[in-house]
Design a protein around this ligand. Sequence first.
Ligand code: SF4
Length: 446
Amino acid sequence: MAIQNNRLTTEQYEQNFSDIHPPFDSREAALVEANRCLFCYDAPCTKSCPTSIDVPKFIKQITTDNIKGSAYTILDANIMGGGCAKVCPVEKLCEGSCVFNLMDEPPIPIAKLQRYSTEKAIAHKWPLFQRKPSTGRKVAVVGAGPAGLSCAHALSREGVDVTIYEKESKGGGLMTYGIAAYKVTPEFCEEEVNFITSLGGIDIKYEQELGKTISLDELRANYDAVYLGIGVGVARQLNIPGEDLTGVEDAIRFIYDIRERGYPSVPIGDKVAVIGLGMTAIDAATQAKRLGASEVTIVYRRTQAEMPSTEVELNLAKLDGCNLIWLASPKEIKGENGRVTQLICSVMEMGVPDTSGRRSPVETGKTIALYVDMVIKAAGQVPYEALVSTNQLDHWNGKIAINGEATNLPGVFAGGDCVNGGKEVVDAVQAGKDGAKAILNFIQSE
Ligand code: SF4
């Protein structure tokens, strides 16, 4: 067993990391699906979308070949509607709410239809939105992730000049750096960011980090308002012996490296254990397999009934050949010569329900050993508590406290993962829209 990079051929990497979303193979195929839609008056699909995309309207526009109109309908509600159509867990959002589920028939493939329109808009750089004349007002946005980009686009449409400060060298945030490359390719992420900024009035300054190269005080002094969309980024530690051995990786860092460094240069173990069962864990496990690991085992301390990922995600991992061990909690990582050789897990069982009816896993006293050379930790992320505290922002365990969208500091607003601790991309987009609305009200009242 060994950790090594460059395990596959160029063709194998390309095949393993190609986009998993096959487009409609013809206009007719898209029309067949679009014409199945019942165009429900009280559309549950729209209600279940955090950005309230008018689903029946954009599907109706597809049926009349009004693809530009359809793309406008989607992107007017969700400027990252192209990316969201690739990464949203639609099985628990729009498609999960489609009335066809009640008739035991397949739901309308809303995400695929959404991609049908938005991919054309982005690829052809359709100028769907017009920016109002400049008002002379200036807003700084910290973070070019979904919340920041959405906020910036909504402000710029209203004639506000926006400068985004982004700590990485590319925009897109979680979409660009935190999601499996086969779900949304790096090329698409770049095109999507360019599409958003093509509106004008949005200047992104890269490799600028709050608390390092820029300060909140400075931004407050130089702009009419500041929006913080800094996300969450610090991986939660397991706090078990052996966590510092060579071969123990954070899932966030692992996924980041795959996207930033390129597939062949990322080292991967022969036998890999992934701890956790959220979306990030699934993305890490499937990509470990696609990088050439011979065996990947996902370890989760509860049962399938409590797993945070969706059934669709779980099936993706199973199809990629990942193993699953339920009711196992990491207890110790053992090694030889400083390198991982074993992951020891406590065997758990679900305890009796507490007063809220929730059952927690408890140790049985038994353990199991997994012989692995790499352990990827995907036990969640924690907010930037030190950064938030240093800047005198009120917070809840590092999550920025807001009233409406406003923080306790006058003229400073916040939204997305840095406020809620980490939700879907589509939630961050809506947070950015809400932030822009609050900032516009603030600027006008000044
Ligand atoms: Fe169409 Fe389904 Fe939405 Fe009804 S619920 S409008 S059928 S996509």
